[in-house]
Design a protein around this ligand. Sequence first.
Ligand code: FAD
Length: 603
Amino acid sequence: MDRRFLLRGAAALPWLSLLPSLASAQATHGPGCTRRRVRPSDPGWPDNAQWETLKSQVGGQLVKGTALLAACETAPKDAACAQALSNLRNPFYLQDQVSGTEVSGWLDAWTPAPSAYCVDARTPADVVAAVNFARSHALRLVVKGTGHSYLGTSNAPDSLLVRTHAMRNVQLHDAFVPMGCDAHVSPAPAVSAQAGAVWFDLYSAVTTQAGRYVQGGGCTSVGVAGLVQSGGFGSFSKAHGTAAARLLEAELVTADGSVRIANACTNPDLYWALKGGGGGSWGVVTRLTLLTSDLQQFAGGAVGKVQAKSPDAFQRLIARFIDFYHERLLNPHWGESVKLSPENTLTLSLVSQGLDTPTSQALWQPFFDWITASPQDFTVSERLRTGGFAARSWWDPDKNHSLVRDQRAGEAGTHAWWDGDQGQVGAYLHGYDSLWLPVSLLEPQAQRRLADALFAASRHKEVELHFNKGLAGASPEVLAATRATATNPAVLEAFALAIIADGEGPAYRGFPRPAMDLAAAHEDARAIDRATAELKRIVPDAGSYVSESNFFNERWQMAYWGSNYQRLRAIKDKYDPDGLFFVHHGVGSEDWSADGFVHTRAC
Ligand SMILES: Cc1cc2nc3c(=O)[nH]c(=O)nc-3n(C[C@H](O)[C@H](O)[C@H](O)COP(=O)(O)OP(=O)(O)OC[C@H]3O[C@@H](n4cnc5c(N)ncnc54)[C@H](O)[C@@H]3O)c2cc1C
């Protein structure tokens, strides 16, 4: 265990209580019951002297918010604009910018907006100062790690932003014991990460360098804190469960400005809520510690694309694949996705763990043979292949050439992202929806219903089945660990998360591009709704993954958390009774106007 890392956090705590109290300002808004948050145009907005005080409390790390492409709005021909535009498809550049967001907005839902001010936190003490300031002045507070929220929950106009980007230490432990758990919990290998770290940082340290495994996200540029609070799925989640299920301990700053530890022994209710209860609702997480495990020898996958020559043939292809999946792939070895498109194509992008090339080939050969035996029905448009290689090379850009390196001067070698994720960088969403599909649909007598619904949905829009985001087929231990999180229990019964989404290229304000074709964008959104409706026919009350879901989902409490919602709401009321931490469709957000500025429930 690394003592230095723990001591740095612990040493900060007594000092934090010495920060100046801002209780006098709070009184003007009524204790514990803020009715309306203030905007820069309101008389209650802090004056310059008060902002200067905050700036000195956070070591000077307070900046005014400016739009991501502000340089292009004011001086489109200048070098600053050219530099921003040349980096706009680099996810690590975007998250380096104070107002950067990974997606550039969502039709009729949200548009990226800079905060009025941003605290670029370096320490938990900086976070405490920002939280106290926001609470005391009735400000709209926003928390951001990387800006990877599809729902736009890490940006808001007229707000104070707490950004954790600069807090990126990663530390491995041989034998970690959560604080206060000495008598109850055996020491375990683990990794601690400050909240601004991204999964690539952890994969480099844990897998590439140390030869072990940590459960994180598929997308390497996603932040550790946001993903764990989402639940969090990676390619190998069928074998290891959600990232949240591997959380041993968190350090966070709650709405009252306290630095708290949350683990199985200390604040266990908060610990549970952080495990999938949604980012930005519980406090500002400053550090997380996750269990690590042995690394399997092999990782690999199965890829390729098949086009059916008629709708009938496509229906047969879907039915055959479902049967094959049920028989051979519904187990901890297989994750990631297939796509079913309106062009009658099936695209395989599956990922495996623990299987070498001969074993994978023997497994897949019957399915590949079935396709190639019917050239009158199917064309193989991208070669069908499968295999496995050393798992330790999975996140090593020197060895895995599906990773794109961050090539910026001074950054080369520090980060990389999957070429398959490139299309998402800067994308503008027309629509997005997701549904957990129960494993009962794979039973032989139900497969026809499933195949028909998938085919019907694919007439409107491409449907992706993410097998690693449904945990049916996982081991009893993995299911038990994920059951002990706040994520909707529907995930345990689901063999896959169906995702239907689409959009277009970057639409950041100031980005030079033709005007958006709004009619086409709205028609695209309706097509997504129609495709989703076809799947809802067979899963009317489907659960949905909080961080990959429909902004407009009206039954979000049930969809994201199911039977866990009431318990989450009680924990929210205990730690944040005044709703300081508001996000769209976050726990307790039903008490607030859509923008989080007006409290709409009597108190
Ligand atoms: C391109 C892309 C790929 C993705 N891939 C995956 C994937 O493979 N698997 C998966 O499960 N999900 C995936 N997601 C969803 C992603 O996990 C969530 O959006 C997650 O919340 C992002 O966290 P972040 O910190 O990176 O982003 P941010 O936008 O910075 O934060 C997201 C939310 O978490 C809150 N938050 C961030 N940091 C903190 C903190 N320190 N304390 C408290 N709250 C905080 C924010 O307030 C916000 O509400 C993906 C999203 C995108 C855009």
